[in-house]
Design a protein around this ligand. Structure first.
Ligand SMILES: [Zn+2]
Length: 855
């Protein structure tokens, strides 16, 4: 799946991703190790009949499990199913017990190996906590679309679907949906038929390939349909709520789907395995999800013409990502979540491969840069974990920047290590051999080893099973007397742990003389590396790993002249590294050079890094440069980053520039950034202007969201009342309200006395809101606003969350309980514990001595 992560799209939903884990550990000390379930009795086919009442938000479920015995004598199976109502079990000689969490089926007569039996379950659910999203018009949201859709990753199918809710269990499916005849009813697989009877109809779908519960999907709604063509007999179509969107929105978002469906099978050497490629977009999916042959999307990704100018590439790579899961995750399923990198790392890496093949090498290189930074940031600032690990509090926790970009980079390194031929033939073998089956990390390793003759256990041990990445530091010097260049490098593991093993790197050291590239590959497996190379004359440019073969962080002092030269060359990472290094001094000359580089830069992503680096320089020349760039820069994809960079400065000239740009018209994400930037000008912000913008509805509510958050940033005395009014139901469109709630939370941090009380009161009320997004935003706002007064309300909110959401929410509650100086308190407790341990040890020794002398 794709989760809305901070580096991709700065939306309200990322709040959670930014929350640091206080202990700096991925898993809590009592987290257990997770393993695949036993399959002594295995569900091999599911026959589902769902009768859906959209308005009552009720689904009546009739579910037949066909079980097959894999182990002679087995007689029991445990299914997951949360809060299923009126559950009845029918089957030959089957006894059942149900405790609202698991259903145990015990058979009077043990199974013979290979024997199959059926068990029929009947129950109903009414708007379950999760797993199903219901929407229909209500008093608070009269324009709500009409639909119900499933949404499962990682362990949320069990909220309505009673099965073994873990990926190792993969039955084939038959899904019958009985519902209002006017609605469209979609599910995994091929359409078997549709049968109308008066005002209701039953639509039947069948999937003959095996499908885990997290990829089982259906959607019923009043949908508009866009036909996206056909690829080798596979129809492509997309759906969205009819009252909110039209075909043009779908066409804009998904227009490259058929092209991608042609490209991926060619790249992988394995045909598309399913009968259709359908996608639907509805509110509140919270990302995009690769359900077999029925991909679901949050409607936040649908595009109008203006948003398309900024997010064309974002849409394409996510589309590609979800489709790539067809092969990595759907056709070849990870046996358990420890190996989830085999799907998320691969889907993320396929984005890069597609950019390189179908767009440009430079866009792919920038994608690798963004992936590396996202992974390193999480690893440095939150926690460092092995990519493959069995210890986690919730499988949902695994879906982080280690799993996506961190794993993608490891796959990229393997590709560079093996070379194109062996690597891709290994990938084809891996997919063919395991098609329809389950995989673990070693299955992939074996295919790579077979295709290349290499031994990769050491690579997998260091890069997949051990935490951290190499941080390199060093310098290059040229000795004109001896005509020698010297590379000096040191390496350490990013985790900083003393016992962390070093990395065995094959590192390319490159230099250019009169435009000609020279490379020496050095084996770097110790702490320090010194390489002396004869050079006919002083090189104009020097680079470490110019072909992006090895994941690493690098600080290399090459001298200013060479940096300036690097800034002008056809080398994406080289330009980025040079700009960042040059701006470290914040001097006017360096600023001018980076500003000039921004203007001539062709890769939009590189421009965003230049803008950030200028903001980080925090000098007057940097501000002047950003003002000049922001005046007339008009490439939409890098515009928002430029507005954000400029907004890090508080200055009347910034206000003037942002206002002028807003007045002339900005695309939505850039407008969002500009409004927020105006708010960040505090008391100088144009408050009345912001209020007007906060009431102006817009597609996707991006600009409006920016204006709402801006009101909070101003800390103006009227901001709180203005925001509370807009957070309440009825005033703003449903998409904008969570932004208002979030803004109240931002203010809460700074509010005192009566204002603080008022904000907490309002947020407490919003915990009971009809919209789950508003409720979640209110809960987050109360925790980040450190409202311990609302502890009980937050407990009640917690009770409404799913088990996997609770793990994250509990971290927030613990942070709230620790209070503002949580880290310090924790450190102090740790110290005291250490002292106590020492004292206890001494006491025990003393006692032992005493006992010894007494006997
Ligand atoms: Zn994914």
């Amino acid at each position: 799946m794709t989760i809305l992560l901070a580096d991709r799209t700065a939306t309200f939903l990322d709040l959670d991703a930014r929350e640091k884990r206080a202990a700096g550990e991925f898993a809590s000390s009592d987290a257990s190790r997770h393993y695949a379930p036993e399959l002594r009795l295995e569900p091999i086919h599911l026959d589902l009949h769902l009768t859906i009442d959209l308005y009552a938000r009720r689904v009546d479920v009739e579910l037949v499990h066909r079980l097959r015995c894999n182990d002679e004598g087995a007689d029991t199976i445990v299914l997951n199913g949360l809060e299923l109502r009126d559950l009845r079990v029918e089957g030959d000689g089957v006894r059942s017990s149900y405790d609202d969490v698991t259903l145990t089926l015990a058979f009077d007569r043990p199974f013979a190996k290979g024997e199959e039996r059926e068990v029929r379950l009947r129950y109903h659910v009414i708007e379950p906590k999760s797993g199903l999203l219901f929407r229909s018009p209500t008093k608070a949201d009269p324009n709500a679309p009409r639909f119900v859709a499933s949404d499962h990753e990682t362990e949320r199918a069990r909220h309505w679907l009673c099965t073994v809710d873990l990926p190792a269990v993969r039955p084939t499916l038959r899904i019958r949906l009985t519902t209002d005849a006017s609605l469209t009813a979609l599910a995994n697989g091929r359409l078997v038929g549709e049968h109308v009877e008066g005002a209701t109809k039953t639509t039947e779908w069948a999937l003959d390939q095996r499908c885990p519960s997290y990829l089982t999907c259906f959607a019923v709604g009043d949908f508009v349909r866009w036909e996206g063509g056909e690829v080798d007999g596979v129809p492509v179509a997309c759906f969205a709520p009819k009252n909110l969107y039209d075909e043009a929105h779908l066409e804009r978002a998904f227009r490259h789907t058929a092209d991608m469906l042609r490209w991926i099978p060619k790249r992988l050497g394995v045909p598309y395995p399913y009968p259709k490629y359908f996608q639907f977009a509805v509110p509140d999916i919270g990302g995009a999800m690769e359900n077999i042959s029925l991909v679901s999307w949050d409607d936040r990704f649908l595009l109008d013409a203006a948003l398309e100018t900024e997010e064309r590439q974002l849409l394409d790579v996510i589309n590609l990502h979800e489709m790539a899961h067809t092969w990595f995750g759907d056709l070849v399923v990870c046996r358990d979540y420890a190996h989830a990198w085999l799907k998320e790392g691969w889907a993320t890496y396929m984005e890069t491969v597609w950019l390189e093949a179908e767009r440009s090498r430079e866009l792919a290189d920038f994608d690798l840069w963004a992936d590396a930074r996202a992974y390193m940031k999480e690893s440095d600032e939150r926690y460092a974990r092995p990519i493959v690990t069995r210890r986690f509090d919730s499988s949902w926790d695994m879906y982080d920047h280690h799993l996506y970009p961190g794993a993608a980079w490891r796959i990229h390194m393997l590709r560079k290590l093996l070379g194109e031929g062996p690597f891709w033939s290994a990938v084809t073998t891996y997919l063919q051999r395991h098609a329809g089956g389950l995989v673990e990390t070693d299955d992939f390793r074996r295919c790579l080893e077979e295709a290349s003759g290499r031994s990769l256990a050491a690579f997998f041990d260091r890069w997949l099973h051990t935490a951290g990445y190499p941080k390199l530091e060093g310098r290059f010097r040229y000795d004109a007397r001896r005509n020698e260049g010297t590379f000096e490098l040191s390496q350490r593991c990013s985790t900083g742990k003393k016992d962390a093993p070093l990395f065995e790197l094959e590192l390319d050291l490159a230099w250019w003389i009169d435009g000609t590239r020279h490379v020496k590959t050095a084996r770097f497996d110790r702490e320090r590396l010194v390489v002396v190379v004869p050079m006919a004359k002083e090189p104009e440019r020097v680079r470490v790993d110019p072909d992006l073969k090895v994941l690493h962080d690098l600080k290399l002092d090459v001298g200013e002249a060479r940096l300036r030269n690097q800034l002008e060359h056809d080398d994406v990472w080289g330009r980025i590294l040079a700009a960042r290094a040059l701006l470290e001094d914040g001097k006017r000359a360096s600023v001018d050079e980076v500003a000039a580089a921004f203007r001539r830069e062709k890769v939009w992503g590189v421009r965003t890094v230049f803008a950030e680096a200028l903001a980080d320089a925090k000098s007057e020349p940097a501000l002047e440069a950003l003002l000049a760039l922001a005046k007339d820069h008009d490439e939409p994809q890098s515009l928002a980053a430029l507005m954000r960079a400029l907004s890090t400065f508080r200055d009347p000239r910034v206000i003037e520039t942002l206002e002028r740009r807003l007045e002339a018209g900005l695309p939505p994400r850039a407008a969002e950034a500009a409004w927020e930037g105006l708010g960040q000008q505090r008391e100088a912000a144009p408050f009345a202007h912001l209020v007007t913008a906060a009431d102006r509805t817009s597609f996707g509510a991006f600009a409006q969201g920016g204006a709402l958050r801006a009101l909070a940033h101003t800390r103006h005395e009227d901001a709180l009342a203005t925001l509370i009014e807009r957070a309440a139901p009825g005033r703003l469109p449903i998409k904008a309200r969570p932004h208002a709630v979030q803004a109240v939370g931002v203010l809460l941090r700074h509010a005192k006395d009566a204002a603080r009380e008022r904000a907490i009161e309002a947020l407490r009320d919003l915990l009971r809101d009809e919209s789950p997004k508003v409720r979640d935003a209110a809960a987050v706002a109360l925790t980040i606003g450190r409202a311990r007064e609302a502890r009980e309300d937050l407990e009640r909110h917690r009770a409404r969350l799913t088990p996997q959401e609770r793990v994250r929410f509990d971290r927030r509650l613990r942070a709230l309980d620790r209070g503002e100086n949580g880290n310090e308190t924790e450190k102090r407790v740790e110290e005291l514990e250490k002292q106590l341990r020492k004292l206890t040890e001494r006491l025990e020794k003393a006692e032992a001595k005493l006992n010894g002398s007494a006997s």
